[in-house]
Design a protein around this ligand. Structure first.
Ligand SMILES: NC(=O)c1ccc[n+]([C@@H]2O[C@H](COP(=O)([O-])OP(=O)(O)OC[C@H]3O[C@@H](n4cnc5c(N)ncnc54)[C@H](O)[C@@H]3O)[C@@H](O)[C@H]2O)c1
Ligand SMILES: [Zn+2]
Length: 470
C-alpha cells in the first residue's frame, strides 16, 4: 500500500484568532493592546490587568503594534463568531407556524417586542420559479394570514443562470423594497442554486444582510442548507464567486421533498452516501437496506406500501446526514483546514460536471467520482473486495450512475494536478478505509490510480445505462 495518512504530517493550517510570528526580525518589538470601552470611546490598553470597575466593556479583539527599522505595523486580531440555526420543522407554510417569520430570532426580549408590536412584519422572498408554481398559493396565503408586508420574487434559478447577473437582479428588487437589513432577513426558498445565489446577494447588500434558507430539494436539505457557503458560477467555473456567510437560519421541512422528481432524490442521496462512507456505517447500512424505499416514498409517510417505517428511515437518514455534516463544517466554517472529508467525491467531479453540463446533476457527477475512488481504496488495501461490492451495489440501488465515458485517466490526472496547485502542494485525497470510516491520503501512486481505473472500467462500464427514472 503506497498511501499514507496525513495525520503523520505537520499541520499547516492557519487558525483564526492567532497571530503568526513568521520570519520575525530579532529586533521586532511586539506590544499587545487590549481594547476597552469607557463611556462611548474605545481605547487601547497596555498590559493584561484591566480594572473592570472603570471600563464598560472589554473587547475580545487585540491590537499588536510592532516597531521595526522599516516602520510601524499594527496587527488586528478580531474574533468573529457566527451563530446560525438549522431547524427541522413540519408545516412551515401552515399559517399558525411562525418559524418562517420569527424562528431566526434568538433574543427572547426582541421576540417579545415583535410579537407585542402593532407594526406589520416585512419580508422579501426569493423563490425558485418551479417551486412557486407548486407552493406559491400556499406561501401567499401564509404571508397574508400573518399580515406580512411582502414582495415575492419568483426566478428561474438554474445552474446555467447561477450568475452575478441574477444576483444583481435580486439586489435591484431588494433595493426597491427598501429593505431594513437589521430586522428584515431575505428569505430564499428553492434548491441549492436558488439558496446559493440569494445567499451571495444578501451578503453583498449593505455589506451583510441576514438571510434565511428554506431548502426544497433533498440535496439542499442535507447539504447546501447546513453550511456557510454562498456563490455563483463565473468564468466557466462552478461557484468561483462567493462568500462564507452563513444564513441567520435554515428552516427544513421534509414535505417539500414530496414533489421533487425521482432523479433529484437520487441526486441528494449521493451527498448523503458521501457522509455515510466517510463517517457513519449506520447511515450506510440504512441506505443499503432502505434506499429503494426512500426513493419510492420521497422521504414522506407512506401508508400504502411501507407504513410508518418509511418516515422513521427518512428522519433517521436526514438527521444523521445533517449532524455528520455539521460536525465537519462547524469547526472549519471558512475551510481554512484543507484536509476535508466532505471533499470526497469532489476531486474529479467538478471538471466532469462542467464538461458535460447539463447532462449530469451535481450528485450524479459526485457519485461517479466516489465510485472510482472506491476502486482506488480497494487497490490501496483500504477496502476489501466485499466492501467494494457492497458500496457499488448500494449506489446502483440508489439509482445513481457509477461510470461515465468522459471520466478518463486524463481528466483524473488533470484534476489532481489542479488540486495540488490549490491545496498547498498536497493532494489531500479523502478515501474510505472500511465502511463508514475514512482518512486523507497524499501519496497515492500513479500505478494505483491507473490500476484502479482499469478495473473500474472493466467492471462498471457495462452498467453505464443508468437506471435513473428522469
Ligand atoms: N452552499 C453549499 O454548501 C452547497 C452544497 C451543495 C450544493 N450546492 C449547490 O447546490 C446546487 C444544486 O442544488 P439542487 O440539487 O438543489 O439543484 P437546483 O437548485 O437546480 O434544483 C433542482 C431542480 O429541482 C426543482 N425543484 C426544487 N424544489 C422542488 C420541489 N420541492 N418540487 C419540485 N421541483 C423542485 C428545481 O426547479 C430544479 O429544476 C449546485 O449549484 C451546487 O453547487 C451548494
Ligand atoms: Zn457536493
Amino acid at each position: 500500500m503506497s498511501s499514507s495518512p496525513v495525520s503523520s504530517l505537520p499541520l499547516i493550517t492557519a487558525k483564526m484568532g492567532k497571530v503568526h510570528k513568521g520570519n520575525s526580525d530579532a529586533k521586532d518589538k511586539k506590544t499587545e493592546f487590549s481594547l476597552v470601552r469607557v463611556k462611548s470611546t474605545w481605547k487601547s490598553k497596555l498590559g493584561k490587568k484591566i480594572n473592570k470597575d472603570v471600563v464598560d466593556c472589554v473587547s475580545a479583539a487585540k491590537i499588536y503594534e510592532s516597531i521595526t527599522d522599516r516602520g510601524t505595523s499594527w496587527t488586528v486580531v478580531s474574533p468573529i463568531t457566527f451563530t446560525y440555526k438549522v431547524t427541522e420543522t413540519y408545516g412551515l407554510l401552515d399559517p399558525s407556524n411562525d418559524t418562517l417569520l420569527l424562528g431566526h430570532i434568538t433574543d427572547p426580549q426582541q421576540l417579545e417586542d415583535i410579537k407585542t408590536s402593532n407594526k406589520p412584519i416585512r419580508r422579501f422572498v426569493v423563490i425558485e420559479q418551479e417551486v412557486f408554481q407548486i407552493y406559491g398559493a400556499k406561501l401567499t396565503e401564509y404571508l397574508e394570514a400573518n399580515d406580512v408586508v411582502y414582495k415575492i420574487l419568483a426566478l428561474p434559478t438554474t445552474e446555467e443562470n447561477k450568475s452575478m447577473e441574477t444576483a444583481l437582479k435580486i439586489l435591484d428588487d431588494v433595493n426597491n423594497f427598501a429593505l431594513d437589513r437589521r430586522t428584515e432577513p431575505i428569505i430564499a426558498i428553492g434548491g441549492g442554486v436558488c439558496l446559493d445565489i440569494v445567499g451571495l446577494a444578501a451578503s453583498l447588500y449593505r455589506r451583510r444582510t441576514p438571510y434565511i434558507r428554506v431548502p426544497t430539494t433533498l440535496l439542499s436539505y442535507i447539504d447546501a442548507s447546513v453550511g456557510a457557503k454562498t456563490g455563483v458560477n463565473f468564468a466557466n467555473c462552478k461557484n468561483k464567486l462567493g462568500a462564507y456567510i452563513p444564513p441567520a437560519a435554515a428552516f427544513l421541512d421534509l414535505s417539500f421533498i414530496q414533489t421533487v422528481p425521482r432523479r433529484h432524490i437520487s441526486n441528494g442521496l449521493a451527498e448523503m452516501l458521501k457522509m455515510a462512507l466517510m463517517k457513519h456505517r449506520g447511515l450506510f447500512e440504512l441506505l443499503e437496506e432502505h434506499g429503494c424505499m426512500l426513493l419510492d416514498t420521497k422521504f414522506q409517510v407512506d401508508n400504502t406500501l411501507y407504513g410508518h417505517s418509511s418516515i422513521k428511515a427518512a428522519s433517521q437518514a436526514t438527521r444523521i446526514a445533517i449532524t455528520t455534516m455539521l460536525e465537519e463544517l462547524a469547526p472549519n466554517l471558512w475551510e481554512d483546514d484543507l484536509n476535508r472529508l466532505v471533499d470526497f467525491g469532489h476531486l474529479i467531479s467538478p471538471a466532469l460536471e462542467m464538461k458535460v453540463l447539463p447532462s449530469l446533476l451535481h450528485g450524479e457527477a459526485v457519485n461517479i467520482d466516489m465510485s472510482y475512488m472506491v476502486y482506488v481504496s480497494h487497490e490501496s488495501g483500504l477496502l476489501t473486495e466485499e466492501e467494494k461490492q457492497r458500496i457499488i451495489s448500494c449506489m446502483v440501488g440508489l439509482e445513481l450512475p457509477v461510470w461515465h465515458e468522459e471520466f478518463t485517466m486524463e481528466l483524473i490526472q488533470k484534476s489532481l494536478q489542479d488540486r495540488l496547485k490549490h491545496s498547498g502542494g498536497l493532494v489531500r485525497m479523502p478515501l474510505p478505509a472500511g465502511l463508514g470510516q475514512a482518512d486523507i491520503f497524499n501519496n497515492t501512486s500513479f500505478d494505483i490510480l491507473h490500476r484502479a481505473y482499469i478495473k473500474w472500467n472493466e467492471e462498471l462500464s457495462v452498467s453505464s445505462d443508468s437506471t435513473c427514472d428522469v
